[in-house]
Design a protein around this ligand. Structure first.
Ligand code: UDP
Ligand code: GLC
Ligand code: MN
Length: 331
């Protein structure tokens, strides 16, 4: 078992927080594998010291950046060029097999069975299911593959400007070659799917094994009140709305297990970015909660919009309303 590892990546302290929650969740569920985090020089010494407490290895790597602003603009994530840094995971040849996990993922149970899979195993991407999502994948470290990937990245680049476009082109027969390399979606469940196919989430969501907070807004961008277990966001960008249950779980782990370590190492909790923004958020939320959900649920127009993938996330399809509906079903 000591030659197999879970591997994640953080190129700054914010993603470091994510890595700490992920690492803690793997430990809580008693993984028998090693935990490795790749960090770039931008990660502070204090953060590295905390990462050392959870991970078996904290490995310093240089940042690889696609600098492909044109393709990154298409996924509206200009900051993701640095996800090319993920490629360094193939250089960990002191392990025979690894599972890479994004720092914005969280495990809900033991997932060590993933090591029975072969390279390259991954779950479908919710946006284009013939592509795999690179938030969770099984691979074999290899100097040969590593060099080929680096060469591929300079010669061919990536169709989305990040590692996912690159890896899907490199492992190009994933969609059709071997069904054993298709991980069930519950190994990489993103909130996107909750909204795009709610009945499936209702049916299968309880079996989820890994949650992926995919998208621009991350759990650490929210504020949390541990006494009320209330999560709020200090901004008016509501483009990503997360499942409050999973978000609360992330914050629970963060507050209970990670924050004490950060405080011990002098990394203080950031203060919120402004009361004014917070007020706007509360106002928006209170407006949402007075929308009578049932009246709208029966609307044909809304149904049509849902089917066209145009849910009104900020209005009638806000998570609060969906949650009410879910609660009603479950009761
Ligand atoms: N990452 C990082 N620093 C960055 C951006 C990304 O370390 O500035 C790493 C981190 O492990 C992250 C992964 O690359 O989870 C992929 O990025 P992200 O999760 O933000 O992409 P998404 O899943 O939202 O598409
Ligand atoms: C995807 C993946 C992420 C990857 C990004 C850029 O959304 O979830 O892991 O870094 O695309 O390719
Ligand atoms: Mn991610």
């Amino acid at each position: 078992m000591s030659d197999q590892a879970f591997v994640t990546l953080a190129t700054n302290d914010l993603y470091g927080k994510g890595a700490l929650v992920l690492g803690t969740s793997l430990r809580n569920h008693k993984t028998t594998r090693k935990l490795v985090v790749l960090v770039s020089p931008q990660v502070s010494n204090n953060m590295r010291a905390v990462l050392e407490q959870i991970f078996d290895e904290v490995i310093l790597v240089d940042v690889l950046d696609s600098k492909d602003s044109a393709h990154l603009a298409m996924i509206k994530r200009p900051e993701l060029g640095v996800t090319f840094t993920k490629l360094h995971c193939w250089a960990l040849t002191h392990y025979s097999k690894c599972v890479f996990m994004d720092a914005d993922t969280l495990v809900l149970c033991n997932i060590d069975e993933l090591f029975e899979r072969e390279e390259l195993s991954a779950a479908p991407d919710p946006g284009w299911p013939d592509c795999f999502n690179t938030g969770v994948f099984v691979y074999r470290p290899s100097t040969e593959t590593y060099n080929e990937l680096l060469q591929y990245s300079t010669e061919k680049g990536s169709f989305d400007g990040g590692d996912q476009g690159l890896l899907n082109s490199f492992f190009s027969n994933w969609a059709t070659a071997d069904i054993n390399k298709h991980l069930p979606f519950i190994y990489n469940l993103s909130s996107v799917a909750i909204y795009s196919y709610l009945p499936a989430f209702k049916q299968y969501g309880a079996d989820s094994k890994v949650v992926h907070f995919l998208g621009k807004v991350k759990p650490w961008d929210y504020s949390y009140d541990p006494t009320t277990r209330c999560v709020t966001r200090d901004s008016d960008d509501y483009s990503t709305i997360m499942h409050p249950g999973f978000l609360n779980l992330w914050w629970d782990i963060f507050t209970t297990s990670v924050l004490p370590l950060l405080t011990e190492h002098g990394i203080s909790k950031e203060t919120s970015s402004g009361a004014q923004e917070e007020d706007k958020f509360s106002e928006a939320v209170s407006q949402l909660s007075i929308t009578p959900p049932d009246e709208v649920v029966s609307s044909d127009e809304r149904k049509k919009k849902w089917e066209q993938g145009q849910a009104d996330y900020m209005g009638v399809d806000s998570f609060q309303n969906i949650q009410k509906k879910l609660d009603a079903y479950l009761n």
